[in-house]
Design a binder for this molecule. Sequence first.
Ligand SMILES: [Zn+2]
Length: 251
Amino acid sequence: MRLVPLEIGRVVTQNAVIDGSDGATVFPVPSWLIEHPDGLVLFDAGMHIDLQTSVDRIGEATASRFTPDFNPGEELGARLTSRTIRPSDITHLVLSHLHFDHAGGTQEVPDARLVVQRAEWESGQDQKMIDYGIYNPDDYDHGHDRHLLDGEHDLFGDGRVVCLPTPGHTKGHQSLRVELDSGPVVLTGDCVYTEQLLDDDAVPVFTPERAVPQQRESMAYLRSLRDDHGCRLLYGHDEDQFRALPAEGLT
Ligand SMILES: [Zn+2]
């Protein structure tokens, strides 16, 4: 088994969005490739290729907060082919949630089975959320075979790739535990953007008020996986951590 970080561009945002402070932050936008003996899995798909040239598809509210920094050759399909993987060979696309910087590359892996929490898929069909620009079905709704989950799910039945619900940031957010030979790793998605936020117990600014207790619970769960169960956490948008990962991945 191997876990490889793919960088599907970056997003630049004002710190006011994250923690209320001044300045700007650059977020890497990751897709994680997991090479399992029984399949090729991606956790998240990064941004839609159209964002390389225009922000039209993300709507004004989002575009006012997040500026994509995304160049030709950084889209998911190109990242895979540069590793000599055909995009059609991806067997599973596990989505942490359906926001534009996680689900936008879905159409680039046409034969993958989507693995999404049912609550998240339903949010992604909610017309109000779509009108508000929180979700865009053109990111994820392309007729892929779908496996909608109602909780924890062991992808191959061997305990090596396991979906873990971590709701709060969105209703059906999930993280992914990967058992490498070097030890267990948990991809946190947007439940935790950066290690600093987890250590500060800082709930991301845009978490809906009613979801704050649930978000805190999910963060506490991930923290306990790290502190009590020896899991290495790989955060959703942690630039320092992401840059320090070996390009050939972890085994
Ligand atoms: Zn994100």
